[in-house]
Ligand binder design. Sequence first.
Ligand SMILES: C[S@@+](CC[C@H](N)C(=O)[O-])C[C@H]1O[C@@H](n2cnc3c(N)ncnc32)[C@H](O)[C@@H]1O
Length: 250
Amino acid sequence: MSYPDFVAFIGQRNTPPGSLSTLESWVAGSAITATSRVLDVACSTGFSSRVATLATGCRARGFDVSWRAVREARREARLARVSSRLDYFVGDVTKIALRSHQFTHALAGCCFGFFSDRERALDEVVRVIVPGGYLCTANFYMTGKPSRTLLREVEREVGFAPKPAGWERWRVLFERKLALEGIEHRQLPVLSDEQLVETVRASVLAGCRRRRVPVALHEACVDRMTCTRRVLNRMRAHQAHSIEIWRSPS
Ligand SMILES: C[S@@+](CC[C@H](N)C(=O)[O-])C[C@H]1O[C@@H](n2cnc3c(N)ncnc32)[C@H](O)[C@@H]1O
């Protein structure tokens, strides 16, 4: 099972780097309000659109290639009692099955690093937002030099190899189409192994219970997620993340 499918299977809430505080920066920095029409790009389990809708009352649609993630996003929207304002579908960012210029905002938390054809993905996202619309992103970048072994381990765990490149690569990509309106840079804390084991165990078991994953699988799920998070935690020493607000030409 792929990492995105696994995350959805065990009821974990995938979030953009910086989680709620990133959403706060996006909402304030790009003026998302009740009248905004928001697209959640590669939404995973729908955290960004759900939080934006709960905070502002906006309408949002989200899509992801993982059907398990989309099913989970729908379920979470129902649980949060906002499913009348949220809609999720299975789709590929390189051919978004939507007409042009219909969203005032697109939210793209940590997903451009996952796309194999980033230029095409950006063209598509820009196509579906209105002229003068916003793209809110949060992207990891390297501040140090992780070993090749560590990069390979990350690829094995989450299915993509982070590029050993600084923030500049994101500027070059997004400036092809958009102007930078605001940026913050943040560092995620490196957890002690004790903290990591404790938090992963608690959140995986809570998710497994919520999703009624058979009890016989609980320990295997904890082991897999602990293994993945250990590798990602080691990467944190070499990474920071940005929170960006981009705007398309009017
Ligand atoms: C790290 S998650 C980002 C989740 C979410 N945007 C967030 O900030 O929490 C990356 C997501 O990209 C999705 N993905 C990868 N390639 C995709 C593609 N070509 N089209 C749509 N989604 C894709 C994966 O299924 C995964 O759910």
